[in-house]
Design a protein around this ligand. Structure first.
Ligand SMILES: Cc1cc2nc3c(=O)[nH]c(=O)nc-3n(C[C@H](O)[C@H](O)[C@H](O)COP(=O)(O)OP(=O)(O)OC[C@H]3O[C@@H](n4cnc5c(N)ncnc54)[C@H](O)[C@@H]3O)c2cc1C
Length: 441
């Protein structure tokens, strides 16, 4: 096993930095067990693409990314088992190569499987990625292995658990036969797309709305399953559309100093990049997941019950359009839909859910981006739940109000990790854990 000493851990957008004493790069389950058993405090990380400070901050760290093999396929059950440091793109390519798919995907393919599951990563018009997990081997704080299957009650606690109950070692996913989507994209005014959400969710297999703040418009993306032979006259829009992220970066360059610039920039960006209709076909992965991003950014995302979304949306719109407001928001706010589940820390725990992203194109000045604060305030007021991997400031007191199973999760965490081995300072505050005597030693 490789080991590095006395270094600096830096997240992908450089907003999080931590010194460490030892960083282990593991390649087998045995190594993972050994490192966990032999360290008093430890965190583990994948692609470091979370904005929340959940992946490092302890003296000992585990880099999971070399633990990245495909372990096995079960062709009868359509399942695939992988090591948790595997990058999502590699899992999806492996799954597609045998004619299968995972039917709900996030808009990023560079994250690790362990990181994705731990934070409740999701796509749209389906369930969280972790809901497609049928089995996992979890390394507990004492270094032992616990196999958790769909039959175990524990699975509802483990699916989304921020690496606070243990480290996921290998994971088995249930796949489905691959399908082809006919994707259509077009701009619509807010008055048009907002009332149509429920009917569109019934009608289409895929629905995503890129809301364009300060323009009164959204960009609606729908997808319908078609046979692979069906012809679609492809229209990918003008060639310059591929420069959207670069153009945004330039137009927003001084928006942290003069936030009102954002409103003007958004109108320009909406006209240039979100006014054409598009049409194409492909697998869910090929047709809907962004494969490369030119620059970093900072992200928050909040979620709310489907029925409450229209009210929350109107409140956000009113707030950000006030002249007294400093919460100008960069394009786009990604509106997606997640079906209810039973996972304790899932955004969609027992409710059909809408998720709404909030992006700052300028990661370095994210601390002064007022929108993150305003959005959080409005969502929390309505019982919204934050994305675990993104930026938010809510802690134990607020989270216990919006997650019915929050206290049960905390109890289980204390039982499985009685010495707080897996807690860094951020997570300690998040769950309001008591600092133990040995932690100050
Ligand atoms: C550009 C961009 C686009 C994004 N798009 C989406 C999206 O479409 N949908 C969405 O829901 N999210 C999205 N995210 C959020 C992203 O999916 C999460 O932040 C995810 O956790 C990142 O994975 P990672 O490999 O970088 O994990 P890291 O950030 O390295 O780690 C995240 C957490 O997982 C824990 N962890 C890592 N490996 C394991 C393991 N094996 N077992 C247990 N815990 C583990 C870490 O300790 C940490 O707590 C996006 C983020 C970015 C930057």
């Amino acid at each position: 096993m490789k080991q590095k000493n006395n270094g600096n851990w830096v997240s992908w957008n450089e907003n999080l930095k931590h010194n460490y004493k030892t960083m282990f790069s593991i390649t087998s389950e045995e190594e993972l067990q050994e490192v966990i058993a032999n360290n008093k405090k430890i965190r583990f990380f994948g692609s470091k693409q979370s904005s929340a400070d959940i992946a490092a901050g302890t003296e000992a760290l585990i880099n999971m990314t070399a633990y990245n093999k495909i372990v096995s396929y079960d062709y009868n059950k359509k399942t695939i088992t992988v090591q948790s440091g595997l990058i999502l793109s590699e899992l999806l390519e492996a799954v597609e190569s045998v004619g299968w798919c995972i039917p709900c995907l996030p808009d990023i393919n560079t994250i690790t499987i362990g990181g994705a599951l731990a934070t409740g990563t999701h796509g749209t018009s389906g369930k969280l990625l972790s809901e497609y997990m049928t089995e996992c081997r979890l390394i507990l704080a004492d270094g032992s292995v616990k196999t958790i299957t769909q039959e175990d009650e524990l699975i509802d606690a483990v699916r989304v658990s921020l690496g606070m109950l243990g480290v996921m070692s290998t994971i088995t996913f249930q796949c489905e036969p691959e399908y082809i989507l006919h994707v259509k994209e077009k701009p619509e005014s807010d008055n048009e797309w907002l009332p149509k959400i429920k009917s569109r969710l019934k009608k289409h297999d895929f629905l995503r709305i890129l809301w364009l703040p300060h323009t009164d418009k959204g960009y609606v993306i729908t997808g319908d399953k078609i046979s692979s032979e069906q012809e679609v006259i492809e229209n990918k829009g003008p060639d310059y559309l591929k420069h959207r992220r670069t153009a945004s970066k330039i137009l927003y360059k001084y928006s942290h100093k003069f936030p009102w610039i954002t409103a003007i920039a958004n109108k320009i960006l909406a006209k240039a990049f979100f006014s054409s209709k598009k049409e194409h076909k492909g697998s869910l992965y090929q047709a809907t997941v962004t494969k490369s991003r030119g620059s970093t950014l900072e992200l928050a995302e909040w979620t709310i019950a489907l029925d409450k979304f229209p009210q929350v949306f109107e409140e956000i719109k009113t707030e950000i359009n006030k002249w007294s407001n400093k919460s100008f928001i960069h394009i786009p706010m990604d509106v997606r839909f997640v079906y209810q589940d039973n996972s304790w820390l899932s955004y969609a725990y027992k409710q059909e859910t809408v998720t709404m992203g909030c992006v700052s194109r300028n990661a370095a000045t994210a601390d002064t981006y007022e929108a993150f604060k305003s959005i959080e305030k409005i969502f929390l007021k309505h019982g919204g739940r934050p994305h675990w991997g993104k930026r938010f400031s809510a802690k134990d007191a607020q989270l216990s109000k919006v997650y019915p199973k929050w206290e049960a999760f905390k109890e289980l965490r204390t039982e499985l990790d009685p010495t707080n081995k897996f807690l860094n300072p951020y997570l300690t505050k998040l769950v309001n854990a008591k600092t133990l005597v040995h932690e100050n030693a």
